[in-house]
Design a binder for this molecule. Structure first.
Ligand code: UD1
Ligand code: UDP
Length: 372
């Protein structure tokens, strides 16, 4: 019997870990699963909602680290998770994505010579100004199993000199959750609840520090909303970071005054999938939403100068738009009034990634811990 820790911390981790959790449960004689929640995200709408929607059990360990500066938060996670590792000594630790919980738990594990598997390995924006890029580079360099969602991930890792036997192109595990829950999402009543009509609104999410942690960024974005709102409904489930910054910069009133813009609290997974599926356009700076819109074939404008997910541009429906009011409005108009570009779903974004990962581990069960 092997014990596997599945680590979650922030909103985008839940939909990446849930499919693996469900798949491992199929082999109760082979794997004991322990679900570890660092508590990086803790609001009900940023955490508990996803346990409910994704069918995840209560975490076996809740570290309750909360918010803080990068050093502070990362250190707190490391200090608390190390104690769990000392107690439990699992055979494998699985981390996902690029948040502070990912790098902190991976570091703890490798220093105790416990093997680490990284879900969503190999993604690179080549922008070291993003905290997530630092987290990706460090996590990939120390993980034993590098499980990539797209082949650009393999190429990035190989270019960094990582041994090919550690790299496994398994596909996009976030899409497993989407496929598993799509039917539930279709019957979500969120559109009715908000009084929205299909293909008649723009869905917005924003939380990147480069966009929302400075007044100019928020000002640019609000100006774009002011220009777009008279033409089409805007729906904005607002991230707590962004809400906090709007208040700090005294911009809340200006936002509230935009007629046709609906500010709502973050919504659960089914509701958000439904909002994406039915949107005419999505404006975002989220990583995962670039991928989900590509899967749904819904146009997405990403308000960033770069992306670690180039496949969503090359094959999918995504386009990068720099932070500039006229540019955001012009590109939105092209989507709203122009012709849509052909797009496809990238390879192995098929809902079977968790199966491929567990099959990989079972193929050589005794070597689970060693470099794949
Ligand atoms: C984090 C991740 C980011 C990811 C995002 C997904 C890092 C470095 N950043 O960014 O990569 O895209 O999650 O949503 O790991 N807050 C609350 N309630 C919560 C959580 C946060 O109010 O449940 C507020 C706090 O004021 C906090 C701020 O949001 O200081 C930022 O939270 P934090 O986890 O540090 O970063 P995110 O911006 O959420
Ligand atoms: N999401 C959600 N409700 C929301 C906003 C996002 O369920 O109000 C989901 C979205 O469908 C995707 C994930 O959260 O699965 C993306 O997380 P986020 O944008 O917070 O993080 P990122 O992907 O940028 O790291």
């Amino acid at each position: 019997m092997k014990t596997i820790h599945l680590v979650v911390g922030a909103r985008p981790n839940f939909m990446k870990i849930a499919p693996l959790h469900h798949e491992l449960l199929k082999y109760p004689d082979e794997y004991a699963i322990r679900l570890i929640h660092t508590g990086q995200h803790y609001d009900k709408r940023m955490s508990q909602f996803f346990f409910d929607d994704l069918g995840l059990p209560k975490p076996d360990e809740y570290l309750g680290v909360g918010s803080g500066r990068h050093g502070e938060q990362t250190a707190r996670i490391m200090e608390r998770y190390e104690k769990v590792l000392l107690k439990e000594r699992p055979d494998l630790v699985v981390v996902a994505g690029d948040v502070n919980s990912t790098v902190a738990c991976a570091l703890d594990a490798v220093k105790m010579h416990i093997p680490v598997a990284h879900l969503e390995a190999g993604l690179r924006s080549f922008d070291r100004g993003m905290p997530e890029e630092i987290n990706r580079i460090i996590t990939d360099s120390i993980s034993d199993w590098l499980l990539t969602p797209s082949q650009d991930g393999d190429a990035n890792l190989l270019a960094e000199g990582i041994a090919p036997e550690r790299i496994h192109f398994v596909g996009n595990i976030m899409i497993d959750s989407l496929v598993q829950h799509r039917e539930r999402a279709v019957v979500s009543t969120i559109l009715n609840n908000l009084g929205l009509k299909s293909h008649n609104y723009i869905l917005i999410t924003l939380h990147r520090p480069s966009n929302v942690d400075n007044r100019e960024g928020l000002d640019t974005i609000l100006s774009a909303f002011e220009q777009l709102a008279p033409e089409i409904n805007l729906v904005f489930p607002i991230h707590p970071r962004t809400l906090k910054r709007l208040d700090e910069f005294g911009l809340r009133q200006r936002l509230d005054a935009i007629e046709g813009l609906m500010i709502i609290e973050p919504v659960g997974y089914y509701d958000f999938l439904r909002l994406q599926m039915e949107a005419r356009l999505v404006l975002t700076d989220s990583g995962g939403i670039q991928e989900e819109t590509t899967f749904f074939g819904v146009p997405c404008l990403t308000l960033r100068p770069n992306t670690e997910r180039p496949v969503t541009i090359e094959e999918g429906t995504n386009l990068l738009v720099p932070l500039h009011t006229a540019g955001i409005v012009d590109q939105s108009h092209k989507v709203l009034y122009g012709k849509s570009e052909p797009a496809r779903i990238p390879d192995l974004w098929d809902g079977h990634t968790a199966e491929r990962i567990v099959a990989l581990w079972r193929r050589d069960y005794d070597r689970l811990g060693s470099f794949g």
